[in-house]
Design a protein around this ligand. Structure first.
Ligand SMILES: Cc1cc2nc3c(=O)[nH]c(=O)nc-3n(C[C@H](O)[C@H](O)[C@H](O)COP(=O)(O)OP(=O)(O)OC[C@H]3O[C@@H](n4cnc5c(N)ncnc54)[C@H](O)[C@@H]3O)c2cc1C
Length: 451
């Protein structure tokens, strides 16, 4: 008799706990192949001069995969990490092992949805299932159809704030046996990719706890809530620029799914019932709602998320000045606070929310550059890149997205006085040093000074 074989495709749900799509596939098959596919295109420059994946997120991803593999092994499974165009890699495995059931976690990104559709079209006879593990709410819980999602955050929040959020699912104790004896095992495949762990081992000493994987995510959640009680002052500290304790630092684990937003939410609730609740404990949930908003925003607006005119269909006046862009990327502008933030990002893969707002405002308003270049550079550099949160926030800052005011220019001097009054942050990240004027040549490559 033909054995019931399943394939689970991990993407941005790198955990075994609270993973409904993995659990339900595992319950229905006798043998299982768990796979993650590294796409070579992630490392090549895109339309906006940046690659999809830079060294910080790559390092974090490899650590997350390693930890996922350990968690699977504890339960009788293992992770296969393969390399190639994802649809053809998955297709090869389906054919080679005569897979009957496939599943993955639903992804709100345009390309990721297309890939999943292509697999389903190619294999109509294979039973395909997805779970909604990246969001707090299920699509069916939204109070309005997706197409009627409010254009701005506040009405969205008011509509969803009281929706009940499912408890996270326990991990299964034992998974079905590993499918295929000769399949490539982690981490041999990765070492062939040429972006191996050693070359990725470039973690900044500033954020030693920013280590990939569900175990580190869990440890950080415990730390921020129960060990340090930092959550009780979150609202007052969240606009900080530097340091580990001013905000939760959960974004990178949430982005690749080492932890789910439901897990975070229910731990906030546990903290509130066992310790205390105040404006700050609520505010961490409030910020998770921002993440949620941009998750559904990405899904609703589809490829409009990446268009210059944004979801407002309002094309900003902009130009492209390569030298200015290069200076912004390398923290070499006339604006010390911007330089410090960019230097911090380049060294660590992290930048505070306040910092992100300031450098984005600078790129759009002071430098008049097309916001998509900034978004793409963030995509490359951020350890916590998330498609909806990044491109949605950039649209917001560029005045073509969800900002009801539509035009938000930060006064960089005033912001510096407010958030770095003693210049500690600028000095630590060497923000005051920059070379020459912003433009050595004019846009037509004509020298500005000719004596
Ligand atoms: C231009 C720009 C680009 C951004 N790109 C990303 C991105 O690629 N990935 C990402 O996760 N966040 C992004 N953010 C949002 C925010 O800056 C980060 O989530 C936050 O700084 C991460 O630090 P934290 O985990 O300590 O956040 P905390 O302040 O502790 O917040 C808790 C969680 O809430 C969510 N959150 C907080 N603020 C926002 C927000 N404005 N939008 C969406 N979710 C939010 C995050 O999941 C975060 O981990 C961006 C913001 C801006 C202005």
């Amino acid at each position: 008799m033909q054995k019931n074989k399943g394939l689970y495709w991990f993407r941005h749900d790198l955990r075994v706990t609270d993973n409904a799509s993995l659990n339900s596939l595992a319950r229905n098959v006798e043998s299982l192949l768990c796979i993650f596919v590294v796409d070579p295109r992630w490392f090549k420059p895109s339309h906006y001069q940046s690659a999809h994946m830079g060294k910080h997120r790559w390092r974090f991803l490899l650590e997350s995969l390693q930890n996922l593999d350990e968690q699977l092994k504890e339960r009788g499974q293992a992770l296969v990490v393969d390399y190639g165009e994802p649809v053809s890699v998955i297709a090869d495995y389906i054919e080679k092992h005569q897979i009957k059931h496939i599943a993955c976690n639903f992804h709100s990104g345009v390309y990721e949805r297309q890939q999943w559709q292509r697999i389903q079209i190619q294999f109509p006879q294979v039973e395909a299932a997805t779970g909604e593990g990246h969001s707090l709410f299920f699509n069916s819980q939204l109070p309005v159809p997706l197409k009627d999602l409010p254009d701005t955050f506040t009405p969205f929040r008011k509509k969803v704030e009281d929706i009940s959020i499912d408890r996270p699912m326990q991990a299964m104790d034992v998974f079905p046996s590993v499918l295929g004896e000769t399949i490539k095992q982690w981490p041999e495949t990765i070492s062939k990719i040429g972006h191996d762990l050693e070359s990725a081992n470039n973690q900044s000493t500033d954020y030693p706890r920013l280590k990939g994987g569900a175990d580190a995510a869990r440890a950080q959640l415990d730390y921020y809530l129960f060990e340090s009680d930092n959550i009780t002052s979150y609202k007052q500290t969240r606009n900080g620029l530097d340091g580990w304790d001013f905000s939760s630092k959960l974004s990178a684990w949430l982005a690749n799914g080492s932890i789910s937003s439901k897990q975070v939410f229910h731990e906030i609730k546990r903290y509130e019932s066992e310790r205390t609740s105040n404006e700050s404990t609520y505010w961490l949930y409030f910020e998770l709602l921002w993440r949620e908003y941009f998750y559904w925003y990405a899904l609703k607006h589809d490829s409009q998320l990446f268009k210059i005119e944004g979801v407002r269909h309002k094309k900003p006046l902009t130009t492209f000045a390569p030298q200015r862009f290069a200076k912004w990327c390398s923290g070499n502008t006339p604006y010390p606070i911007v330089n410090a933030c960019m230097n911090q990002l380049n060294a660590t893969g992290f930048m505070s929310n306040r910092g992100r707002q300031l450098v984005a405002s600078c790129l759009v308003h002071e430098l008049s550059i097309d916001w998509r270049y900034g978004a793409a550079y963030f995509e490359q550099q951020l350890v916590d890149f998330d498609v909806g949160s990044n491109w949605g926030n950039w649209q917001y800052l560029a005045g073509v997205g969800a900002d009801p005011r539509g035009h938000r220019q930060f006064n960089l001097e005033k912001q510096t006085q407010m958030y770095d009054p003693n210049g500690t942050f600028i000095s630590k990240w060497n923000g005051a040093s920059h070379s020459g004027p912003l433009d050595d040549v004019d846009y037509a490559d004509w020298p500005i000074s000719w004596q």
